[in-house]
Structures are given as C-alpha cells and as structure tokens.
Ligand binder design. Structure first.
Ligand code: FAD
Length: 447
C-alpha cells in the first residue's frame, strides 16, 4: 500500500474552528498540507462544559503529539450508574484495566481547555506547516465545481480540498444538497456547572474523588437522567440534566442563551437523591442544550468538499462520543491524505473517507439515541449484563467498548482503498476489527 508517487501537498480550507475543525487541521498539517481554518465567530461565546474523550479519541491526540496536559483532564476510573432516589450505585463499570486493555486512557476535558489544546496543536510549532486561523469568516456559499468559498464578509477563496466542520447547523451540508431528516428529541437538557470547592464547603458529597462519569437514573423507558462529568482535574463538575420534553421544551434554544433560574433546573426532580440535588441547588451558568435527533445522512461529500464532525453526523450525547467521532473523522482524513496512502486522487480519497466513516458513525448515532432512554445501551454499561435492571432492545446489537477501542482505522482504510484500486486486501481485519474478535454481545467478527 506504499504510495509516494502521486502524492502532492494540498491547499486545504476548513470551515469551522471547533473541536473537529482544529483536529483536522492538526492531522492534515502533519500530513504535509497547507491548512486555513475559517471560523464564523471569534470564540468569545464559548461555553463552559465537559467533553469526554475515550481511548478511541485519546489515541489520536497521542499520535498527533498534542500536549494533553494543557487540557487539564480528569482521567476516568469508573462509570457509575446510581439509583435515582437513594444515590446507591446500581451498575458500575470499572475502568481500572482500561489503559492496559486499550493503550490509552479515558479523558474528561473542559471544552475550552480541549479547544485551546487542539488550537495550539493546529497553529503552533510542530510537524508540518502551522495552520492559519481566520476568525469572523462565516461561510455563505461554495461553488463545488471550482472549490471556491464565499464568505459573508465578501472574501472569496479557492482551495484544493474543502472540509465542512461547521457543526450541527452546517452551511456546507446545505451546499452539498443534504436536507436533514430531523425532529426535536422527546428529551430536554439543562446544563449547569458546580465547583467542587463550593460543594465541599457546604458539606455536600465530594464527587470529584470518584474520578467517574456518574449517572443518576436513566434506566429503561425513563427520560430523566442526571449526568455528572468532572473536568479541570476534578475542580469543576459539569452536570447534564435530562428530563421529558413535556416538562420544559428548549428545542429551539441554543448555547449562548440567557442563564435559566435554578428553580427551573430543580423543578423536574422532586424525588432525586438529596446529595446530588444539593449540588444542583448551587449550580451556576444553567443553560439549555438543544436536543435534535438527525437521521443519518445519505452521503457526506461532493466534488472536493466533505463534511466532518457534527456537520456530518450530529448525535445525541448519550454515548459521549460526539467529540471522539469528530476526532476520528479528522484522523481518517489525515491518513487518507498522508504520503503513504494519497496517490493524488482527491475523489478516491474522499470516497474512501465516506465509506470508512459513515457506517461507524451511523452505528454510534443509533446507539446514542437508544441510550437516551436506556442507560444499559451505553458503551460500558452495555456489558454489565448481571445487574437486576439490565434490559436492552436487542442483545446482539448493543454497542460495545471493544468495537470502539479495538478498531484499527488504518486497516479499515487499507481494506476500502484496496477495493477502490482493484487489489485484494489480505489483512486479518474486517472493517477495521480483528477477525475472530469476540464481542460481549455474542458477535464474533468475521463469523
Ligand atoms: C455542551 C456540549 C457538551 C458536549 N459534551 C460532549 C461529551 O461529553 N463528549 C463528546 O464526545 N461530545 C460532546 N459534545 C459534542 C461535541 O462537543 C461535538 O460533537 C463536537 O464538538 C463536534 O465538534 P464539531 O467541530 O463538529 O462542531 P462544533 O463544536 O459545533 O464546531 C463548529 C464550529 O463551526 C463554526 N461555524 C458554524 N457555522 C459556520 C460557518 N457558516 N462558517 C464558519 N464557521 C462556522 C462554529 O462557530 C463552531 O466553532 C458536547 C456538545 C455540547 C454542545
């Protein structure tokens, strides 16, 4: 698969400078390309909340030499599901051997720290030419035939390759002719931040000691769920509070909206465990998080333009994989346009990108929608079959930690490239998973 012959350095335009946009800039500059990121905002309105980065995301941060310490992460030791009323653990997934099994840790970052960490890796010193960031550049249109981008500020630029990393409301997606089939979720979400310092000062539980993603409720058929994710080394507790939409509809609001009063946050939860309720009572920056369910898109590229991250596959937050999937997209493009794999045919590279990414993200997207009302479908808990409340829609179809972390993207790309190039792939992998791997859901890869 060695292919140096037709390789050439591309002039790449990335639209959107979020987690996905910064990640792809890192991957492509390292692969030898010149990258310009166009961001509509100036990042002034960034929200304070956690983002989880499991091993399948963390592995690429290492591969790209990203300074992970800058993200001030919490390295997770457990996933804990607690009883709604008593707070007693009902299902615990231990991550003690996680790094040993998968080679990388499960990080929880603060969004702004993670963003800065990736931005520094994209724009700073390091392998390849540092990317350029142009803020206040909102993409208005793209001519797909000439790969020309028109911005609302009047600027017009041309690139060899254009990547739409412009989030769930993507303008690039519209240019590609994709009309999302979408509906507001039956679930609403308010997010709030609590500092460990204040909670401890008031005599409340010190959840930071658990270094865990903690969930109250979420058992089958219930929309009510509290998700606690620690970040900033445990100093900040980021709470995602879910409840049925009929108890409060925020489907048309976005981040950046006014803070909501604490009563509104507490209202849906009269019976919630008093310890975590006490935390919510001191919650700051209470903001709605709009939840929309998007059906998978039929394609994610046209001409020399492709989509990445939430623009390509927005998903419900219940597998905590949105950021990881954006990072994986970036990794796929980094590999496909590397000196080893890119023979100069952009169309072929993007065709393989689509073939590699769409099935995997679609699977995670569907699993995230299911885990919204059944925590037993969540990666990790999906393997805890022995707990009394374990019930899943189809045991053979649950998403497992093995699929996420044993996945070898290089092998998946080699398999798909071989078929495009008319050669035979002889590796012992199927769609990036080792043939013979037994998944806890009873499926054996390649059987
Ligand atoms: C509050 C919150 C918490 C989350 N928690 C988690 C989590 O725990 N784990 C996880 O894996 N995922 C989480 N996610 C999801 C995750 O953050 C996203 O899936 C991930 O950030 C995808 O990044 P993205 O770059 O594709 O999109 P975004 O982060 O939305 O970035 C898109 C960027 O494009 C810019 N843009 C938009 N339109 C244009 C335009 N026309 N022209 C130029 N620029 C434009 C935007 O300003 C933005 O900077 C969370 C998301 C939110 C909002």
């Amino acid at each position: 698969m060695q292919n140096m012959s037709g390789w050439r350095s591309l002039n790449v335009g990335v639209i959107g400078g979020g987690i996905g946009g910064m990640s792809v800039a890192v991957a492509l500059r390292r692969a030898g390309h010149t990258v310009t990121i166009y961001e509509k905002s100036d990042f002034a309105g960034e929200v304070g909340a956690s983002v989880s980065c499991a091993a399948n995301g963390t592995r690429w941060l290492h591969e790209w030499n990203v300074d992970i310490a800058k993200g001030d992460p919490v390295v997770l030791k457990k996933l804990i599901n607690r009883d709604w009323k008593t707070g007693e653990p009902v299902s615990v997934y231990d991550l003690d051997d996680y790094e040993k099994r998968w080679g990388y840790v499960y990080n929880m970052f603060h969004r702004q720290y993670m963003h800065t960490m990736l931005q520094d890796a994209a724009l700073g010193e390091g392998e390849g030419t540092p990317a350029t960031l142009k803020v206040n550049h909102r993409c208005r249109d793209i001519d797909l035939k000439t790969s020309t981008i028109v911005f609302e500020n009047g600027e017009v630029v041309c690139h060899d390759l254009i990547i739409g990393a412009d989030g769930i409301g993507s303008a690039v997606r519209k240019v590609l002719g994709i009309t999302p089939e979408k509906r507001p979720s039956d679930q609403s979400c308010l997010h709030t931040n609590v500092t460990t310092e204040e909670a401890v000062r008031l005599g409340l539980a010190d959840y930071s000691k658990d270094s865990a993603l903690e969930y109250w409720g979420g058992q089958e058929g219930k929309w009510d769920k509290i998700v606690l994710s620690p970040c900033n080394g445990g100093k900040l507790l980021s709470y995602y509070c879910f409840f049925p939409r009929e108890k409060g509809d925020y489907s048309t609001q976005t981040w950046g909206a006014e803070d909501r009063p604490v009563e509104e946050l507490l209202d849906p939860y009269p019976e919630l465990d008093r310890q975590v309720y006490g935390h919510l009572q001191i919650g700051k920056e209470i903001k709605p998080w709009r939840l929309w369910v998007h059906e998978p898109y039929p394609y994610i590229r046209r001409g020399n333009t492709c989509l990445l991250g939430d623009a390509a596959h927005p998903m419900m937050p219940h597998q905590s994989q949105g950021a990881c999937m954006a990072i994986e997209d970036a990794a796929a493009l980094g590999i496909l346009f590397s000196k080893r794999y890119f023979a100069g045919d952009i169309d072929q590279a993007l065709a393989v990108y689509e073939e590699v990414r769409l099935p995997r993200v679609t699977r995670v997207q569907a699993a995230a929608a299911k885990a919204a009302y059944n925590i037993n479908e969540r990666i990790g808990f999906s393997a805890n079959k022995d707990i009394p409340t374990y019930k899943v829609e189809d045991a053979n179809k649950v998403l497992t930690i093995e699929e996420m972390n044993a996945y070898d993207m290089y092998k998946d790309i080699e398999e798909k490239l071989a078929s495009k190039q008319g050669t035979t792939y002889t590796g012992a992998f199927l769609c990036g998973l080792p043939i013979g791997l037994e998944l806890p859901n009873g499926i054996t890869i390649g059987a």
